[in-house]
Design a protein around this ligand. Structure first.
Ligand SMILES: O=C(O)CCC(=O)C(=O)O
Ligand SMILES: [Fe+2]
Length: 97
C-alpha cells in the first residue's frame, strides 16, 4: 500500500526468489504511480512511465532482473481506494516446485 506524496520504492532488483526463470507480475490498483525501469546495473540509464489502476507489469524473460522502482504516486488520480492510495499486488514464484 502506497499512500501520500512521499510514498515510493527505491530502485532494486527482484532476485531473492529461487525461481529467477519465472516472471514477476505487478498489478496496480488505485492511484497512478510513476514507475521506473532501468538496466541490469543500478547506474544504467532508466526510463519512467505511469502505471494506472488495472495495469499489469511483467518483469520476465530478458527483463526479469532489470532494476525497477516507484518514483512517486499521483494522489487523487483514482477513487478506487477509500482515502486514496495505491495498492500493488506482486505475484512471484519464490520456490522451485
Ligand atoms: O509497487 C510496484 O509496482 C513494484 C513493487 C516491487 O517492485 C516489489 O515488490 O518488488
Ligand atoms: Fe521489485
Amino acid at each position: 500500500m502506497y499512500r501520500g506524496e512521499k510514498a515510493k520504492m527505491g530502485l532494486h532488483q527482484d532476485r531473492d526468489e529461487a525461481a529467477l526463470d519465472a516472471p514477476v507480475l505487478s498489478v496496480s490498483l488505485g492511484d497512478t504511480c510513476v514507475f521506473r525501469v532501468g538496466g541490469y546495473e543500478r547506474r544504467d540509464k532508466s526510463k519512467s512511465f505511469r502505471l494506472s489502476s488495472g495495469d499489469v507489469l511483467v518483469l520476465g524473460g530478458a527483463s526479469r532482473l532489470r532494476f525497477h522502482g516507484v518514483d512517486r504516486i499521483i494522489p487523487g488520480s483514482s477513487q478506487l481506494v477509500e482515502g486514496g492510495g495505491r495498492l500493488n499486488l506482486t505475484l512471484r514464484r519464490v520456490r522451485n516446485v
